[in-house]
Ligand binder design. Structure first.
Ligand code: GTP
Length: 596
């Protein structure tokens, strides 16, 4: 298709604001699926998802749409609606010339949508504001149209009102996509350059790579090159999705489609990378490529130590589908064998952990998540610390920690409590705007370490669930941090070390020592539990010694009973983990790391 007849767009929306419903309705009105098919297909998809335990989604769908007798092709590109994947979102946006800003007419815009809207505006995308669910009795389109007009400029009347459920306004939306979003531009006779905006692993076909062609064209059977690494692959298949994959004879300027090369690992087909022809390669890659960078780290351990090989295989499998997942083996005194893993963020961690538990039938314990620090020691060398137990000994010159730029949206009555929370988490206010009389947007720079704690829960509970939060990495800053160790009978228990702000060291120490005192059974001798910063003890609890000899219970008479008891004790001891001379039931460590 000629570029003049192409329109590439995405839908920016908050979860539950009706993106899938609207997308299905568009597929139906453009004749890509019949209503009956739509239903069947939906059910099919669910089955396969259940079977394979993965979410198969069309990352880009092509739809024909006629306006004034001209046959246009609309490519709808999916954006991940997930706070940890802002880079992937930025690549999906970069593949489009326009965005439909979809907002629930009964809810108004949410922080994540707002953050993505700003990203789209920075990329010079044409924005079409749309209020959805106007069929709802609670819909208040006038109010939210005014809010959207304040945000993107223009008049409240420019805001289209639709219902994905009834289909109201959807055809008009398709027309406006053609009329308002500019066609793609690129050089047809230049060497091929296509941007990867998504790549997913499929059990049957290997990696399916979604691309947007910028210049030139890509044809089947040629060799392509990934510009970030120079690796080349033969193109086995190339095509578009509408709504099933259909192979084509090539993709030209502005077109969106998929490539299959037979590679088995998404790391060989990285989001943001530029694909070019191996024979006549482009000299310059497209801008904006970034390696996926883990931001949050945690140790993952099987609760049952014998599951370690299962965990290792499971991580190897997940990696095929997740270029951002990082891990390496780690051993812990308290938790045994496991892996130190790096994630894009907290939600990414939760997704991976849930998949490991659900798809591979594992029961896991994860250590408290931490960020990575650049620690400069006295002689000037810098250590990157992603695990508190690797914190360098000796005198520290400075420590840098990652920070994020966050956007918080909430009803204006909560401004006070939100500011209080952000201040207590070392945030600094960058700005504040009223979207309307009743809703406010706050922008804070916050240490990522504070967000990976209970920030989101606190924000939700203090605003009765009304606030929404989004954030993106924004460099790092010097901070006054210390490493707190937990010592059990003077031996350090690695999994409990933490890097915290100086002002929080005491409360962390008291908390952990108190928790462990309750969970570790008494021993034959007195056991001190201490929290220490370097050599300085900042908190102490004591587990008092066991006094009674258990055997005294047996009155001396019944020998067999005595022996049974001894054997049982021995068996119990085998399962105990010992830290120095202290015997600890493994559950105690697990409980101390999970209960909060
Ligand atoms: P995720 O897939 O979770 O991101 O959600 P989504 O944004 O794709 O929303 P989805 O289309 O699944 O819709 C969310 C809910 O809103 C569902 O219960 C839909 O039935 C409902 N819904 C979607 N569009 C409309 C609409 O126009 N009117 C009404 N009344 N309900 C709608």
């Amino acid at each position: 298709t000629a570029p003049e007849l192409l329109r590439n767009f995405c839908i920016i929306a908050h979860i539950d604001h009706g993106k899938s419903t609207l997308a299905d309705r568009m597929l139906q009105y453009t004749g890509v699926v019949t209503p009956r098919q739509a239903k069947e297909q939906y059910l099919d998809r669910m089955d396969i998802e259940r079977e394979r335990g993965i979410t198969i989604k069309s990352q880009a769908v092509r739809m024909p749409w006629e306006v004034e007798g001209k046959p246009y092709a609309l490519n709808m590109i999916d954006t991940p609606g997930h706070v940890d994947f802002s880079y992937e979102v930025s690549r999906s946006l970069a593949a489009c010339e326009g965005a439909v800003l979809l907002v629930d007419a009964a809810q108004g815009i949410e922080a994540q949508t707002l953050a993505n809207l700003y990203l789209a505006m920075e990329n010079d995308l044409t924005i079409i504001p749309v209020l959805n669910k106007i069929d709802l009795p609670a819909a208040d389109p006038d109010r939210y149209a005014a809010e959207l007009a304040t945000l993107i400029g223009g008049e409240p009347e420019d805001c289209l009102r639709v219902s994905g459920k009834t289909g109201d306004g959807v055809e008009e939306l398709l027309d406006r996509i053609v009329e308002e979003i500019p066609p793609p531009q690129g050089q047809a006779d230049a060497p091929a350059r296509a941007m990867i905006f998504d790549s997913v692993y499929d059990t049957y076909r290997g990696v399916v790579t979604y691309v947007r062609v910028i210049d030139g064209q890509i044809t089947p059977r040629e060799r392509i090159q990934m510009m970030s690494t120079g690796a080349t692959h033969e193109l086995l298949e190339i095509g578009v999705i509408s709504p099933e994959p259909v192979s084509t004879q090539g993709l030209g300027v502005g077109e969106v489609g998929y490539l299959i090369t037979g590679v088995k690992d998404v790391r060989q087909s990285k989001v943001g990378d530029t694909v070019t022809a191996d024979k006549v390669p482009a000299t310059e890659a497209l801008g904006g490529y970034q390696e996926p960078k883990p931001m949050v780290f945690s140790g993952l351990y099987p609760v049952d130590g014998s599951d370690y090989p299962v965990l290792r295989d499971a991580l190897d499998k997940l990696k095929l589908n997740d270029a951002a997942l990082n891990y390496e083996p780690e051993t812990s005194v308290a938790l045994g064998f496991g892996f130190r893993c790096g994630f894009l963020g907290l939600l990414h961690l939760e997704i991976v952990r849930e998949r490991l538990e659900r798809e591979f039938d594992l029961v896991l314990i994860s250590t408290a998540p931490n960020v990575s620090y650049d620690v400069t020691v006295e002689d000037g060398t810098v250590h990157r610390v992603t695990n508190p137990s690797e914190f360098p000994e000796g005198k520290i010159a400075s420590i840098r920690e990652p920070v994020v730029r966050s956007t918080i949206l909430a009803p204006s009555e909560f401004v006070g409590v939100i500011m209080e929370l952000c201040q207590s988490r070392r945030g600094s206010l960058n700005g504040m705007d009223y979207l309307s009389e009743t809703r406010v947007e706050l922008r804070y720079t916050l240490p990522l370490a504070e967000i990976v704690g209970d920030f989101f829960d606190q924000l939700k509970s203090r605003t009765r669930g009304y606030a929404s939060l989004d954030y993106e990495p924004s460099g790092d800053q010097v901070a006054d941090l210390v490493k707190v160790d937990i010592l059990l009978n003077h031996e350090q228990v690695d999994a409990f070390s933490a890097i915290v702000h100086k002002d929080n060291a005491y409360s962390y120490g008291v908390d952990m020592a108190g928790k462990l005192r309750k969970l570790i059974p008494r021993q034959q001798f007195e056991v001190p539990i201490q929290a220490a910063v370097g050599a300085r003890v900042i908190a102490r609890e004591t587990i008092r010694a066991l006094r009674k000899d258990m055997l005294a219970k047996c009155y001396g008479g019944d020998i067999s009973r005595k022996r049974k008891l001894l054997e049982k004790q021995k068996e119990g001891k085998k399962k105990m983990k010992s830290v120095g001379r202290v015997e600890v039931p493994p559950e105690a460590f697990v409980a101390a790391l999970t209960s909060d």
